[in-house]
Design a protein around this ligand. Structure first.
Ligand SMILES: CCCCC/C=C\C/C=C\C/C=C\C=C\C(=O)SCCNC(=O)CCNC(=O)[C@H](O)C(C)(C)COP(=O)(O)OP(=O)(O)OC[C@H]1O[C@@H](n2cnc3c(N)ncnc32)[C@H](O)[C@@H]1OP(=O)(O)O
Ligand SMILES: Cc1cc2nc3c(=O)[nH]c(=O)nc-3n(C[C@H](O)[C@H](O)[C@H](O)COP(=O)(O)OP(=O)(O)OC[C@H]3O[C@@H](n4cnc5c(N)ncnc54)[C@H](O)[C@@H]3O)c2cc1C
Length: 649
């Protein structure tokens, strides 16, 4: 164990194990998680040490080998794909496996939108992996605008079949995970046509490849879309269908019927699978940022560089600027942990209502999940980059561990709903509630009360240590943004602009409003979650400091908003900044212990910089020696080098 990390751990003022159990939910949950991880990490198939020395094809093949191992493990341990245990195993691999979409979207779409009869037929096949499916919605020409999708499913009454067709090149399905080479089925989003009329997007189960030899079926043109930023293990694919016929029974008809068309009670119920993933992504944002913070904090405690006082080369974690970069990332990871818990609670509640036939809450769920998905993924992507940059040159090495998860996570600003679009969808719901405050859900209850101008009676740094005053500050900031934007929208329509054009004209202000609302929700949920949790006073002291840092840092980061709202003045902003410096100092002694409480196994982080023992330099050198270029002392390409050296300029 590197001496600096040992010393850091000895200085901690709270019990790390207590925080590990608190973040896991309980001691039993911690034990179960570690047991599941051990099953994976002790299996050499899940190795990744040579991850950046193998080709895309080898990466994909490894992905299938891991999938086989994971599936065999689940079968041996009787772990179901829709269980929390599987979700834990899946995130522990920290990379998307080729059959990933089968589990997170293909099966859930059938489960959520299939009739009882269709579920009886398809779910056993899918859960036993007799068939492997993906969720094929996005097309070359459209990903966001679902009503603009071009794939057609035309009902042929005479044969009781649907004819599924890609009429144009832009209608080719493009991006679905596992589509290129892995899956032999897909749930296809297509415009339903029956008796010459279009009834909008519905979901259809289509077989793509033979179950005997995996060859594409007649009318199916299919393949991998090529290399991407990340998701290298996943064969995101393209698919063109040339009048492929499927049985009538292959349209998922829990909520709509094709023959003598019966529409769903709420057409957006077809969008339900996307909502479920957006909900998961809020918690994933916490995991990713916690992992990045762990690497950066441990490395910053070990890395000694330059001098504060002559002759003393301190750990870079002693630099206030380094603390100002990294401690807010720890705080944000914990804030998003509690936001993820909230999202899952709301989702489970709405799901049970939907299964009882009450669809009214799906609009609220969409409004909340779309906003938090956008806010937490945007923030965590930026936070990972702050952590990486805080590690200097070695942060730029693949040995740092950052790239492996960052390259997948970058996509979270786009997949499952491009973030700007998601913000605007959430804003659509927010402004509806602003106009009808009585219909506002609990998360927007502050819209119900008259907007009275408030002054922040903060006179000293201690006043910015109060959860209630901080929550009020974020509430007033959001209200100020929302009410001024609502006024702008009203003026635009008052002077003759139609609602849609007015919405577009005001969309930058709308974006600021929904972001301010999401930020307010995260702060309020974070502080209320801590208030409801039982913990020892030493731990509460640490958790309070971290939560106060999250809120005060947020005020400093968006000081203009708080000043513009009239709720705060320049002097109070300076009090907030003084509070931040005081909190950085208070958190410094526990920084390593807090990231230890995220409890990441070294084999999850796979980082020479973030390993638990802090033995950074030996790991970096060991990793470098793995480089293929070092297989020989003189590389075989020397012949070219020699000519360069011998050539005359
Ligand atoms: C730790 C490591 C983790 C690594 C990563 C982990 C996981 C990775 C996960 C995913 C990656 C892998 C796969 C990715 C898969 C995909 O990306 S699948 C495709 C995703 N695509 C989208 O999200 C498309 C986005 N577009 C839309 O959802 C719709 O087009 C949009 C909502 C933007 C507009 O729909 P439209 O039909 O045009 O509606 P309108 O704008 O006319 O009206 C909106 C009304 O509809 C309500 N509504 C919209 N969506 C929903 C919904 N999902 N649920 C309920 N209600 C919805 C909305 O509230 C409006 O209602 P009102 O009319 O206002 O009452
Ligand atoms: C790694 C990865 C995996 C994926 N896996 C799948 C999958 O398994 N299945 C699947 O079906 N899809 C998948 N997708 C596709 C993904 O869902 C879409 O890319 C995503 O929905 C965004 O749609 P788009 O690409 O059409 O972006 P666009 O909507 O074309 O975005 C381009 C720009 O237009 C802006 N824009 C678009 N509409 C509006 C609007 N109304 N108002 C303001 N601005 C707007 C956006 O903000 C953005 O800046 C995946 C994508 C990635 C990156």
């Amino acid at each position: 164990m590197d001496a600096p990390l040992l010393k850091e751990r000895e200085r901690a003022t709270f019990n790390v194990t207590e925080l590990i159990h608190l973040l896991n939910g309980s001691e039993e949950e911690t034990k179960r998680r570690k047991e599941l991880e051990s099953w994976l990490y002790n299996n050499p198939v899940f190795r990744q040490d040579d991850r950046y020395q193998i080709s895309r094809e080898e990466v994909y093949e490894r992905g299938l080998q891991k999938t086989r191992e994971l599936v065999n493990l689940c079968r041996r341990k009787n772990i179901k794909f829709d269980s929390l245990d599987f979700a834990r195993l899946n995130i522990s691999t920290l990379e998307e496996l080729p059959f990933f979409l089968h589990v997170i979207m293909f099966i859930p779409t059938i489960r959520g939108q299939g009739t009882e009869e269709q579920k009886r037929k398809w779910l056993p096949l899918a859960e036993d992996l007799k068939i492997l499916g993906t969720y094929a919605q996005t097309e070359l020409g459209h990903g966001t605008f679902l009503r603009g999708l071009e794939t057609k499913a035309t009902y042929d009454v005479s044969s009781r079949e649907f004819i599924v067709n890609s009429p144009t090149i832009t209608s080719m399905k493009w991006w679905p995970g596992g589509l290129g080479k892995t899956c032999n089925y897909a749930v296809i989003a297509a415009q339903l046509y029956t008796k010459g009329k279009c009834y909008g997007i519905h979901m259809f189960i289509v077989q793509l490849r033979s179950l005997e030899d995996h060859k594409p079926l007649p009318g199916v043109t299919i393949g991998d879309i090529g290399n991407k930023y990340g998701f290298h293990t996943v064969d995101n694919g393209f698919l063109r269908l040339d009048n492929v016929r499927i049985p009538y029974e292959n349209m998922l008809m829990r909520y709509a019927k094709a023959c003598d068309y019966i529409p769903p009670v709420n057409p957006k119920i077809n969008y339900g699978t996307m909502t479920s993933i957006r909900v998961d992504l809020v918690k994933d944002a916490s995991v990713i940022l916690a992992a990045a913070s762990t690497i950066a904090i441990r490395y910053s405690a070990v890395r000694h560089q330059t001098e504060i006082r002559p002759g003393e080369e301190p750990p870079v974690l002693d630099y206030i600027t380094q603390q100002f970069k990294l401690f807010p990332q720890i705080a944000t990871a914990i804030a998003f942990h509690f936001a993820g818990d909230y999202m899952h609670r709301i989702y489970d509640k709405v799901q049970s209502e939907i299964f009882d036939g009450h669809l009214s809450a799906i609009t609220e769920l969409h409004g909340i999940s779309a906003g938090l998905k956008a806010f937490t993924t945007d923030t965590s992507i930026a936070g990972v980059e702050i952590c990486r940059r805080a590690c200097g040159g070695h942060g730029y090495s693949n040995a740092s561990g950052f790239q492996r998860f960052y390259e997948n996570w970058l996509g979270s600003a786009t997949y499952e709903g491009e973030n700007t679009v998601m913000y605007l969808q959430a804003a659509r719901y927010l402004f509806k509630c602003y106009d009808n405050p009585k219909e506002a859900p609990e998360t927007m209850s502050y819209l119900r009360y008259p907007q009275n101008k408030m002054e922040w009676n903060v006179k000293s740094a201690d006043d910015v240590s109060n959860y209630a005053t901080l929550i009020t500050a974020f509430e007033q900031r959001a209200l100020s943004k929302i009410s001024s934007t609502a006024k702008k929208l009203k003026n635009l329509t008052h002077y003759g602009m139609n609602r849609n054009d007015a919405w577009n004209a005001a969309s930058v202000d709308i974006l600021h409003s929904i972001k301010a609302h999401c930020h307010y929700f995260i702060v309020k949920n974070y502080m209320q979650s801590l208030n409801h949790l039982k913990m020892s006073s030493p731990l509460r002291q640490v958790m309070t400091a971290v939560a106060l840092l999250y809120a005060n840092y947020g005020i400093d980061e968006h000081a203009g908003d708080f000043l513009e709202s009239g709720f705060m003045n320049g002097k109070q902003i300076n009090l907030v900044r003084a509070k931040i410096l005081q909190l950085l100092k208070e958190i410094r002694v526990n920084a390593v212990a807090i990231v230890d409480s995220f409890d990441f196994d070294d084999r999850f982080l796979r980082s020479a910089l973030g390993a638990y023992d802090g033995n950074v330099y030996n790991r970096l050198f060991k990793w470098a020696k793995l480089s293929p270029l070092n297989k020989t002392e003189v590389h075989s390409s020397y012949k070219y080098l020699r000519r360069i050296l011998q050539s005359k300029l």
